[in-house]
Design a protein around this ligand. Structure first.
Ligand code: FES
Length: 110
C-alpha cells in the first residue's frame, strides 16, 4: 500500500503527516478526508488552480497531466516542473510526497 507524505504547511497542514493511500485514490479527496483542507474552489472540476500541489517524489508514478490541466497550471502560484492539480491526480503504486504551495490564486470560473 503506497504512502502519501504531506509536508508541513503553515495553515493547511501544521505538521508533516504520512497517510496510507490506495492505488486509484484521488489525491485531493484523500487530503480532504484526512482533514487537510486544501482549497478546491471549483469542486474538483478542473477549472481553478487552488488545489495545486508539488510532487516532491513519486511524480513519475502518476499519469501525465492532460492539456487542460497544464494550461491551468500555467497560472498557478509557485509553479514547478512537478506541479499538479491534486483533484486530477490518481494515486499510482508508489509512495508520493507532496508540498502544498504557500499561496493559491483563486481562478475559479463561474
Ligand atoms: S479543485 Fe479546481 S482544479 Fe482542482
Amino acid at each position: 500500500m503506497p504512502k502519501l507524505r504531506v509536508r508541513k504547511h503553515e495553515l493547511i497542514c501544521p505538521r508533516e503527516v504520512v497517510l496510507d493511500v490506495k492505488e486509484g485514490d484521488n489525491l485531493c479527496e484523500v487530503l480532504l478526508q484526512n482533514e487537510i483542507n486544501i482549497e478546491h474552489a471549483c469542486e474538483m472540476s478542473r477549472a481553478c488552480t487552488t488545489c495545486h500541489v508539488i510532487l516532491r517524489s513519486g511524480y513519475n508514478s502518476i499519469e501525465a497531466p492532460e492539456e487542460d490541466e497544464e494550461d491551468l497550471l500555467d497560472r498557478a502560484w509557485g509553479l514547478e516542473a512537478e506541479s499538479r492539480l491534486s483533484c486530477q491526480v490518481t494515486v499510482g503504486n508508489e509512495d508520493l510526497e507532496i508540498e502544498i504551495p504557500k499561496y493559491t490564486l483563486n481562478h475559479a470560473r463561474e
